[in-house]
Ligand binder design. Structure first.
Ligand code: APR
Ligand code: PHB
Length: 389
């Protein structure tokens, strides 16, 4: 098979890019290892920045997110006693949208057939070749038969564990990584949220987050040591822990109910450079990971995809090579700022085992400073709502 752009991975990054290229009349094919139901079973964060909403709107795929999404004008930091509200709408003139990131993937997946976007699910043994030239190709097996797609560009949207990043030679690659000494234990339940806005709490017993998917579905997290096992956390134990860590006000409004999903996710900060090598571009988790504090993962994938779509459109519509050459620098400038914000918020809101009384005093001082400073709140708000693309 021959196409202009072969996209590896049909997560939100790959599907969004496929749709944007199709809309620009650029030929592309998406190949994906999993089947659709597996992909839709992955529970992800639920806060959308303007860039993500705007891209869905540009594609005309925003009807459901506009109907079902909850517009959020602010969020809260809790320090064990009080709620420090960050009035995002007043400080930035913008809002975020609560809408499950899995639902974005579903909307993109459902629209693929009607937009003529080819997505081949269930492929195995994906391998990338000749990425340093201008005739790269990708091979895979499907139902036991070996297949090949020739393209002008390959785009790695295959997440943290995919093969694309590994195709870039060691000599040109550089990795930056921070693995955190805890994970987030998440619980999803069909109960109303304890508060109409998100609460990120730093309590003596650890971190907690109160989030939601809708007025009837809540998503909560507590941080736990990496040695913890999800089987040791009954629903009741999680609700008890949340009630303590989120503070008395949230606890009083918290409705408990049976979990419909429960899992522990490790936290990591990771950046791979460069995000382009020859005819291979990387987008989303294939190139970088942020810890979930701040919910930047999907939004960062969306800005990468936006830059990649612009670069590829310039190439195919105007014979302009410069945009592709500039892709990595443009994407990384925003990636590093999102990494900084996610890391800062993670440091501020978690207890690190290696921290002593001084580091704890710094957290207390910083939260106190934030509570009284419009400048500090504005800085947090503009990052939370999403930096310009
Ligand atoms: N061959 C084909 N597909 C692959 C392979 C492979 N060898 N390896 C991985 N994939 C697929 C995965 O199955 C997955 O569907 O690539 C896709 C990558 O999707 P994600 O991991 O969701 O990554 P991305 O699309 O970059 O999503 C970015 O969205 O939901 C949020 O927080 C999430 O940070 C993440 C962000
Ligand atoms: C979520 O709703 O799952 C969520 C919200 C905010 C975060 C992370 C996860 O920072």
């Amino acid at each position: 098979m021959k196409t202009q752009v072969a996209i590896i991975g049909a997560g939100p990054a790959g599907l969004l890019l496929g749709h944007l290229l199709k809309a620009a009349k650029i030929d592309c094919v998406v190949i994906e290892r999993q089947k659709p139901n597996y992909i839709l079973g992955r529970i992800r964060a639920g806060v959308l920045e303007r860039i993500t909403v705007d891209l869905m709107a540009r594609l005309g795929l925003d009807a459901r997110l506009r109907a079902e999404g909850l517009v959020e004008e602010g969020f809260n930091l809790a320090d064990g006693e009080r709620l420090i509200r960050i009035d995002v709408a007043n400080l930035t003139g913008k809002t975020v949208l609560i809408y499950g990131q899995t639902e974005i993937t579903r909307d993109l997946m459902d629209a693929a057939p009607e937009r003529g976007l080819t997505v081949i699910y269930g492929v195995n043994d994906v391998a990338l070749f000749d990425i340093e030239g201008d005739a790269p190709y990708v091979t895979y097996s499907l139902d036991g038969a070996q297949q090949r797609i020739d393209a002008r560009f390959l785009i790695g949207c295959d997440g943290f564990h995919g093969p694309s990043r590994k195709a870039i030679p060691d000599g040109v690659a550089r990795e930056y990584e921070r693995v955190y000494p805890f994970g987030w234990l998440g619980i999803l339940a069909d109960v109303p949220p304890c508060h109409h806005e998100l609460i990120y709490a730093n309590h003596d017993r650890g971190f907690a987050l109160a989030s939601m998917r809708s007025h009837a579905r809540s998503r909560y997290y507590v941080d736990v040591a990496l040695s913890e096992k999800v089987e040791d956390w009954s629903d009741e134990r999680i609700w008890d822990e949340l009630a303590v860590r989120l503070g008395p006000e949230a606890a009083a409004n918290m409705t408990r109910g049976p979990s419909i999903e429960k899992s522990i996710a490790p936290l990591r900060s990771y950046v791979f450079e460069p995000m382009r090598h020859g005819s291979l571009l990387l987008c989303g988790d294939a190139a970088h990971i942020v810890p979930p504090t701040g919910a930047k993962g999907l939004n960062l994938a969306a800005s990468d995809v936006h830059y990649a779509a612009e670069a590829l459109t310039a190439f195919f519509q105007r014979n302009d090579n410069d945009a592709v050459a500039g892709y990595a620098a443009r994407a990384l400038a925003r990636v590093w700022k999102s990494e900084r914000f996610s890391w800062t918020l993670t440091k501020l809101m978690h207890r690190f085992p290696e921290d002593g009384p001084f580091e704890r005093a710094m957290q207390v001082a910083e939260l106190d400073y934030i509570s009284g400073s419009v400048a500090a709140q504005t800085s947090i708000a503009e990052n939370y709502v999403g930096l310009p693309v």
